[in-house]
Structures are given as C-alpha cells and as structure tokens.
Design a protein around this ligand. Sequence first.
Ligand SMILES: C[S@@+](CC[C@H](N)C(=O)[O-])C[C@H]1O[C@@H](n2cnc3c(N)ncnc32)[C@H](O)[C@@H]1O
Length: 462
Amino acid sequence: MRCGQEEESVPLTMADMFSGADDPAGWPGHLWLEGRTVVHLQSDQERPSHMPRGPVAKSGTGFMNPAMAPARTRSVLLLQDALEHGWLVDDRPIRALDALCATGIRVRRWRNEIAPELQERLHITANDLDSKALDWALSSVRKNRTNGIFPILDDEQIPIEQITENGIHFQRYDARMAMIQGSYQWIDLDPFGSPVQFLDTALQGLGRVGVLEVTATDTAALTGSSSTSGLRRYGHNGIVDHYAHDDAVRVLLGTIATSAARLDRSIEPLLALFDGHHVRVSVIVRKSKLGADENRQKMGWRVRHDDIPYTFVKHPSPEQIEHSSGPMWIGPLWNEEITGRMTEDHAVECCLPRETDLNSEGDMDLEWTELDQVYAERELRRSVRYISDASSLLSSEHLLLPYDQIAPWAKAASMPSMVDLIAALNEEGYLTARVPDLRPYIATKAPYEVVLEMVRKMDSAE
Ligand SMILES: C[S@@+](CC[C@H](N)C(=O)[O-])C[C@H]1O[C@@H](n2cnc3c(N)ncnc32)[C@H](O)[C@@H]1O
C-alpha cells in the first residue's frame, strides 16, 4: 500500500513485541538528513529529491515519506514554541505522544532539534503497531544519540512493554490503546488515509489541555472530489472548485471540533494547511463545556454567489444548498502570535544542519555536499513560506481569492503580478498577503469589489 492511500484493514491485536535487541535486517540502510536529524533509509528507498511532493510511489516497513518533511519541520517548530513560550502548560513538562510513529523520524527530530535547554521538559512516547518499523527506529536512536543522554527519571514508571532510548519510550500498541492510556499534552496522529477512526481516542487521551496535530491524506474525501466518502466520513457535502483546498482544511477542523464537543471539549486552531497531497491541522484542545458551545457558533457552510465568490453562513437556505459546501469550521484557522513567529529564518536557525551535526559520530557515513546544504535550506524555507506574513489574516476573518481567477472576475485584460497587487492593497490600508498553498491564493481584508477595482485600475495603468 502507498503512504497517502487509504488503509483497508489494520491488525488490531497485540502480537509479538518488537525486540529492540539487534539491528534489523537491512540495517543501516543509507543515510540522509531531514532537518538536523540523520535518517536511515531502507537500501531500496531512493535518496530523496530536494523537491519531494505528493503521495509516494512505494511504502512499507521502514519507508520514510520525504514529502512529509515540511509537516514534520512545522511540528518541531510548534512544539519548540510551546515549550519556549509556555502557552500550553506554562513551564511544566509536556508529555508528547507520536501515536503512529513508524520509524520514529518525528520523535527523533523533536529530541534532536528542539533546543537542549527545553529538552528536560519534553517527555516523548513513540508508538506504532509495526514491530519492524519500531526496531528500525530504535537502531536509529542508538546510532544517532543527540541532544544529550536522557536518563530515566527515578519517579518515572516505565511499563515493561516499553523500550526507552535517549528518553524516548518506544511501544507497540494499537494507537487507540496508546492514546487512552496516557494523559498527554501533545498527540500527533499521522495515519494512512483518514484520521477519523482515531479522533475520539486522541481527544480523550489528552489532559485538560493539550495540542492535537492531525494529518489526513484522504484529500479526495475532504475536498469533495469523492463525494460518497466525504459524506460518510465527514458528513461533508463538497464542491470541487477554487475553494476545495480551503474547504478540506475547514472540514477536518469542523470534524475535530464536533468530536471534541461531544466530549465537552473545545478546540482552538493553531495552524491548518492544505499541503499538496495532505491536510495537516494543529489545534489546542481544552476541557470546556462553554468553549465547546462557543465552537458551535464557528460551524457553518460556504455558499457560492454570482456577485461575490462566497460567504460563510450558519445554515444555507434551501435555494443556496446546491451552491454550498459544508458543514465545516468557519472560524479562524490559525493562532496569530504563534504563526507570526514561524518565519523562514527561524526554521533555518532551528532545523538547518550545522557543522557539528555533519561531524557527529552517527553521520560518519553520510554523504552531504554543499549543494545538499543549499537545497536543504531552500526546503526548510519552503516549509514555512508565507506563514508569518499571513498570520494575522488567517487568524481572523478574511476574504480568500484564487489569484488566477481575479482578472477574469474583474474582466481585466491583464493581471498585475501577485506581489504588486498585494503591495497595492496594503498601501490602500487593506491587509493582504499570499496564503501558503501550492496554488496561488491571496487573503485580504479588502472587500471583493475593492480588489476587482484595484485590478482594473492596475490593468488600465499598464
Ligand atoms: C503514515 S505512517 C506514519 C508515518 C510517520 N508518522 C512518519 O512521519 O514517518 C502510518 C503508520 O501507522 C501505523 N499504524 C496503522 N494502524 C495503526 C494502529 N491501529 N495502531 C498503531 N499504529 C498503526 C503503521 O504501521 C504506519 O507505520
């Protein structure tokens, strides 16, 4: 099965434990760097290109999907931000679980790339059902210990089913069992396909307050291009048009908010993106009946109109229903402060390999050229490009416009460059920015007519 495809059946029983005793077959594979962390790729996995995109052509135990590197980079930055700025649990420890960790690249990046002075407060558990992937993860940690050695704390009760390396507790449970066992402040859910089967237990596996990060690769269901699975899984009536990506993000957020409300919990989005072939959302979840009730006000539908591209409404009228997609989250998508700090320079500072990384013991067999370093920096910048610029807009009400469509909508013969249009609207006092999506979109505070008028004005000035 391909990563990015949907999984039909998953063994749910606890079978043999992973051994962790010896290096697994095929070890050490060949070496690669993701962020500042050495990755051992299976010998039959090609060296990643520097522009990995989309669902991958192969998968299986030990396969690491390089197209997910940007999402993992943002996960490192977000967790670091929570520890550094104390917005989750002040300066208390964060218990973080990667519930579907595969070969453990995300947990290893958390351990390796988050600043050393914050590590003491970071307690990491890595879980997967695939014992071979876990063995691969364990060997990877042993070979590449970084950011200090983490002793097991005296008062820490380690269940015998866990194997702990460098302070990371590896375990092999069904993810639902793993999540429900703990009271985590951070849970990452990165399944094959849809996350819906894991959502309820993830929400219950968080403490009074926690962050839930969710990946969904079933974009056909979320965008509405597969209408039956969209309805079945998300209760979503989709319309595949320029707003399908934004809808997909909002449908996933709405599904999480609805599931959370059933458990008397509220959500607050931190960062939510359509990233090529997957949707990735990060939300704070709080135990709060009031918050859950307030979240209901942020659920609604997107209605398309003739005179403006869309409006959000609580409920479409019978006449509007044919032109409406939903239900979905219609509230803010990001947290302004946190995403405002997610700059390209910050990503480079935290996650670009340094001289010391390249000369560390585990990296002896790594071939890493100057060109690799240049491409790595380019990729890191791409992981967070446009986020900080759009932070204020995506954290509040805004108008989203597909750049390619604005000229035809304005009946203008030519279109100004996106940079010029953004600058012109900002000069007029309407906050406007590019949105991080592979396709060109802008978000703006300007009314629709003002944008069209500006494009016509710039067209006639040419
Ligand atoms: C998309 S991969 C995870 C990739 C990983 N997060 C990364 O960044 O490399 C999904 C993983 O979920 C695991 N899995 C699937 N169903 C599971 C379940 N019910 N419980 C635990 N693990 C499961 C698979 O073994 C696989 O390793």
